[in-house]
Design a protein around this ligand. Structure first.
Ligand SMILES: Nc1ncnc2c1ncn2[C@@H]1O[C@H](COP(=O)(O)OP(=O)(O)OP(=O)(O)O)[C@@H](O)[C@H]1O
Ligand SMILES: [Mg+2]
Length: 194
């Protein structure tokens, strides 16, 4: 005890850290100190804060409240622009695989989501083989909902079942609103009302 403790995320392969402590022991204060000091140590670093209690405000931040009334959402369909590991198809695969796990889908439903997501990208003029199209405005879950509805109108019973399975997700709306710009040094999503 009494030795100085150093944490250098630049030297770590993955820079995760866990902060544990009883109520009032200083977890929130420590998190804020990390968020405040990191940019002084690593200029150009980007800080994105998911603030579930609404107590992580930092000087110079851009804050987006995420709640039922806010115009902002989080969009899982935003495309990774890395030419080697990004693009709409890979994003669609990643999102359908997450939905499969969280909504307990089978192979067929996962495939249907994947197919519908790729259609949503195509409707926005975005395709895997046209890299410059990746920068266009991506679809949201609102577009996925419309896509499934139009498939139901065309007589697709599986899409009807999928719509039911995803009803709560669509109703919740957080993934159906456009994602605000994260192009700032410190972005805080205020989730206290969610
Ligand atoms: N290093 C510190 N120096 C001085 N005051 C501190 C320090 N760390 C925390 N505090 C103060 O102690 C109080 C509790 O700290 P904090 O809110 O960070 O605790 P917490 O672990 O997040 O608690 P909770 O689990 O209830 O959210 C606050 O008033 C905070 O400003
Ligand atoms: Mg706290």
């Amino acid at each position: 005890m009494g030795d100085k403790v150093y944490w250098n995320p630049a030297k770590l392969r993955n820079g995760h850290v866990v902060i544990l402590g009883t109520s009032g022991s200083g977890k929130t204060q420590t998190l804020k100190a990390l968020g405040y000091e990191l940019p002084l140590l690593f200029p150009g670093i980007k800080i994105v804060i998911s603030d579930f209690h609404g107590d992580l405000e930092l000087p110079g931040e851009v804050c987006y409240p995420l709640n039922a009334e806010s115009p902002y959402g989080l969009n899982p369909l935003v495309i990774d622009l890395d030419p080697k590991g990004g693009g709409p198809d890979l994003q669609a695969i990643a999102v359908s695989s997450i939905l499969r796990k969280s909504l307990k889908m089978g192979d067929n439903q996962e495939g249907l989501v994947l197919n519908a997501l790729i259609s949503c990208y195509h409707h926005k003029g975005i395709s895997q083989d046209n890299q410059s199209s990746w920068k266009l405005q991506p679809p949201t879950f609102a577009d996925l909902e419309s896509e499934l509805q139009s498939r139901v109108e065309d007589g697709c019973k599986d899409s009807q079942k999928l719509l039911l399975k995803m009803a709560a997700t669509f109703k919740y709306g957080i993934f159906s609103k456009p994602q605000p710009s994260m192009n700032f040094p410190i972005v805080r999503f205020d989730l206290q009302r969610f």
